[in-house]
Write a protein that binds this ligand. Structure first.
Ligand code: FES
Ligand code: FES
Length: 161
């Protein structure tokens, strides 16, 4: 099977790869580029664990082919914190609310919330909670995750977080 040459930006770095047409973006990010913070759960678009940001939008990387990501800008959980280690507001809020247990679902949840709260976006609490419904967590009971989402919505609207 012939491979395809692709070039894209991942967490601010140029990455070129030779991929089979059937390779998913998730597999390319994990196996070719080494970003293993992209977790694979269901591999058919249900659990949300593989969510990354592609050109500003949260995308399930198990449902996108690597060739479709040619010349896109991708952010994974590894690229979210500042170079000095300062956590992204979503990471910091989830940490403070203890919004994780085993952490398997966490990168996907973080990337969805980061995409929806980036820039000047002021998402409503309702929209963030609705977005979380696309993520399956097996162990926190969701309470901490929901508290973090509510705080992020409140912070965006100017209310005390
Ligand atoms: S692994 Fe992609 S949605 Fe579950
Ligand atoms: S923290 Fe374990 S699956 Fe969500």
């Amino acid at each position: 099977m012939s491979d395809h040459q692709i070039g894209l930006t991942i967490n601010g770095r140029r990455h070129v790869a030779s991929v089979e047409g059937r390779m998913t973006l998730a597999d390319m990010l994990r196996d070719d580029a080494g970003y293993t913070g992209v977790h694979l759960g269901c591999e058919h678009g249900v659990c949300g664990a593989c969510t990354v940001i592609v050109d500003g939008r949260a995308v399930r990387s198990c449902l996108m082919l690597a060739v479709q990501a040619d010349e896109t800008e991708i952010k994974t959980v590894e690229g979210l914190a500042e170079p000095d280690g300062t956590l992204h507001p979503v990471q910091q809020t989830m940490r403070e609310e203890h919004a994780l247990q085993c952490g398997f679902c966490t990168p996907g949840v973080v990337m969805t919330l980061a995409a929806l709260t980036s820039g000047n976006a002021q998402p409503s609490e309702e929209s963030l909670l609705k977005a979380l419904s696309g993520h399956i967590c097996r162990c926190t009971g969701y309470q901490g995750i929901r508290r973090a989402a509510k705080r992020l919505a409140a912070a965006g609207s100017g209310d005390a977080a």
